[in-house]
Design a protein around this ligand. Sequence first.
Ligand SMILES: *[C@@H]1O[C@H](CO)[C@@H](O)[C@H](O)[C@H]1NC(C)=O
Ligand SMILES: *[C@@H]1O[C@H](CO)[C@@H](O)[C@H](O)[C@H]1NC(C)=O
Ligand SMILES: *[C@@H]1O[C@H](CO)[C@@H](O)[C@H](O)[C@H]1NC(C)=O
Length: 403
Amino acid sequence: MEFEHFTLKPLLIIMAIIFLQQNHLLVVCLDMNCKFPAIFNFGDSNSDTGGLSAAFGQAPPPNGQTFFHSPHGRFSDGRLLIDLIAERLGLPYLSAFLDSIGSNFNHGANFATAGSTIRPQNTTISQSGYSPFDLNVQLAQYSDFLKRSQIIRKREGFFQKLLPEEDYFSRALYTFDIGQNDLTAGYKLNLSTEQVKAYVPDVLGQFSNVIEQVYGLGGRSFWIHNTGPVGCLPYIMDRFLVTAAEIDKYGCSSPYNEVAEYFNLRLKETLVKLRNELPLAAITYVDLYSVKYSLISQAKKLGKLMFNEIIIIITGFENPFEVCCGHGGKYNYNRFIKCGTKSVVNGTEIVLAKSCSDPSVRISWDGTHFTEAANKWIFDQIVDGSFSYPRIPLKFACNRLIG
Ligand SMILES: *[C@@H]1O[C@H](CO)[C@@H](O)[C@H](O)[C@H]1NC(C)=O
Ligand SMILES: *[C@@H]1O[C@H](CO)[C@@H](O)[C@H](O)[C@H]1NC(C)=O
Ligand SMILES: *[C@@H]1O[C@H](CO)[C@@H](O)[C@H](O)[C@H]1NC(C)=O
């Protein structure tokens, strides 16, 4: 039976599947809506809701200004995709595992930190900017959380309200958005595109190992974002010089996108293999690359109002490479004067890298991360499963459609 092109209406909860089996007609009714009670997220800054801030100091204002009205541990003016996912599943925003202040893990935990990679890096955060909380560390933290939360929960009282119920771990949605920094790490070591490609299998081997271990600990539903078009991000275009021939027709840098596409191709293959190896796992690959690339390449044409899958074209976004919160340079981006950087001029403190006046018409918040407006647009494209493989909407991602 072919499910891949089966269009699932988001509101359809009951789906009838008809199997023809040795002349017997079997009608099976499945409740497709997963009702995920929790989310456990692993990743980098694309889904960090306060991890790096808890460990190394808060993301400065104007981060958070649009939605939270103050810094909220995120590198954006507002909500990230993981926040929009939580909202759509009717769950609270995820607390960062590392954040000991005001956190509530009743409906999940976020192990992501900005600057995280899949592979451990051989440098410190002060040398290279990469987070020490790589995916292996995030897995260790998750494993510890799983065991200890159940011990602590037995103390009763308010701990019951702060920690997940035991069965949440097998019923939860496990989300992953990581890999972008593994690719850029090689370039920062002056490796060539060929050399970066050569280590991609090792990166994905380690990724695969983590999925297997989460599965071994009881995780069943996996929602995995592929990596975005890093060659379209101002922080890459500013840092690594590319020749005119390497700039594509939309203004992005081809070699960096090519390596991201290569990573994604191999990631997709890795997940096909994992699906065969893990009989009870529902693994959804989400092609964020295509969504982000179409956002950037068609920025000006795209409207921001979505109505019943019809895009109503209104003002659209402005120049996708013009950074909202930054300072100077070709893209309003300078890696030494990042969003929120302050300076003292004649005894008075001023913010050198401020927010633009209207982040809602910008795509790039700070040269590396997307604005809330861009994140919302991206979320609207992926939520119904249009960019998923297998083609399954977010709310149904516990169903294993391809066996
Ligand atoms: C770090 O160093 C070890 C030992 O030399 C090596 O095996 C590993 O691949 C290195 N990691 C990265 C990300 O380069
Ligand atoms: C990479 O090359 C640049 C420019 O030649 C140099 O300044 C930098 O030290 C090199 N980085 C590494 C890690 O070798
Ligand atoms: C700082 O003060 C000096 C002397 O009053 C003045 O010439 C200069 O323009 C001031 N700089 C700024 C950025 O205001």
